[in-house]
Design a protein around this ligand. Structure first.
Ligand SMILES: [Zn+2]
Ligand SMILES: [Zn+2]
Length: 394
């Protein structure tokens, strides 16, 4: 038993991996609503012969494999939710669920992990340790499915965890990308309502104009990045929405509304941004005779790839790995890595030379990237569980 045997049995069932991916792609479901997707995964796992499947009521499935022999407990994760996007890719397995699309590649993640399960099914008892395959709901929508999986306690004994993301915006070439340390940002949301006193546009002296206060606040918020943030730490603040309540050219509104996003890696910087936005909004509004209420919602934390486990992935795929820069996007795999050492890495999966980004209606992946995903997981499994217990879990 071992890597080569698993690759052989994967290759025998390779067509089914493509069938799985295309089925999931054709019937996408939104975050926290993935009942049919979960049912499909469950039926595939049962058909393979797996019995030890934990159904997490809040969403998600965890298959427990091996455990007959001593050794570490390893977890691998695939997410399975789709997005509220109308697909514009003309393929035979185009989404039939109006306005819903797998535009982030999660269909490929899940098909790959099913491929891993199929490759191992006849070799379960030979594993030196335990493997937990996590099929996770709702990655795209905070609070995120990862929280439910962690809360269930099913990962309490896990020693190391790994996850992949297909990158449809980077052309497929059979290679992986790793990023050690902070790899993806914490993504938070702020909403500010400025309350003033409305009136006639010809008599501003009789009003407290929240629109002018809001315009001023947008520019002042940028000084949190340029004046309060340590220049050596990454962070960005974007005010994406600015609306006054007025619909008429000569009426000064009663109130104005701002909404935006803050992305950071460093937890202290994240805290600083939250408190400074509050203070800045209140004091700027006050300066204009208005008042401000701020609501700040914390999204996923920054994703921290543990250096030792990331270097392991790099070593296992030597010659087929490049290093990538951290990105400001968010990912709920960050929650797992807060509790369990591991790494989240990327598979180049773009179908064309020029690819559309994730969450785009024309997003596509090259299905050969599924093989790379499966093989990378199998190599990691082989490293930890393919040999007699080497004390990895100690
Ligand atoms: Zn996404
Ligand atoms: Zn994603």
């Amino acid at each position: 038993m071992g890597y080569q045997d698993w690759v052989q049995s994967y290759e025998k069932s390779q067509d089914q991996t493509i069938t799985d991916r295309r089925h999931l792609h054709q019937y996408p479901e939104l975050s926290f609503e993935e009942t049919k997707t979960k049912q499909y995964i469950l039926s595939q796992l049962r058909t393979m012969g797996y019995a030890d499947i934990i159904d997490i009521p809040a969403g998600g499935l965890v298959v427990v494999i091996g455990g007959k022999k001593p050794g570490p407990v390893i977890a691998l994760r695939a997410d399975y939710d789709a997005l509220a996007i109308t697909e514009e890719v003309d393929v035979a397995f185009k989404s039939v669920n109006e306005g819903v699309m797998h535009a982030c590649g999660h269909d490929g993640h899940t098909a790959s992990l099913l491929g891993v399960a199929r490759a191992l099914v006849s070799d379960q008892d030979a594993l030196n340790g335990t493997l937990k395959l996590i099929f996770q709901h709702a990655e795209e929508l905070p609070p995120g499915g990862a929280v439910d999986i962690l809360k269930s306690g099913v990962l309490d004994d896990v020693d190391f965890i790994y996850g992949i993301h297909l990158r449809g915006d980077w052309q497929y070439d059979g290679s992986l990308q790793v990023c050690s340390g902070y790899a993806m940002a914490a993504s938070d949301l702020f909403e500010i309502t400025i309350q003033g006193k409305g009136g006639h546009g010809a008599s501003p002296h009789e009003t407290y104009d929240p629109t002018v206060a809001g315009a001023f606040l947008i520019t002042q918020l940028q000084t949190l990045i340029s004046r309060n943030k340590d220049p050596l730490k990454a962070g960005v603040l974007t005010t994406a929405i600015f609306q006054s309540k007025s619909m008429t050219a000569n009426i000064i509104a009663d109130s104005a509304f701002l909404k935006g996003t803050v992305r950071t890696f460093d937890p202290e910087l994240r805290n600083l941004m939250q408190t400074r936005i509050q203070t800045m909004a209140e004091s700027v509004a006050q300066g204009f005779g208005c008042s401000a209420t701020v609501s700040y919602t914390r999204g996923y934390p920054a994703l921290y790839n543990h250096p030792e486990q990331t270097e392991l992935v790099a070593a296992l795929f030597e010659g087929n790995v490049t290093r990538t820069q951290p990105r400001m996007g968010g990912e709920d795999f960050a929650y797992y890595l807060e509790k369990i050492p591991g790494s989240f890495f990327f598979v180049k999966a773009g179908r064309h030379e020029k690819n559309y980004p994730h969450h785009h209606p024309k997003f596509e992946v090259d299905e050969r990237s599924l093989d790379v995903s499966v093989l990378s997981f199998l190599k990691i499994i082989d490293y930890y569980l393919g040999k007699e217990d080497q004390g990895y879990g100690a």
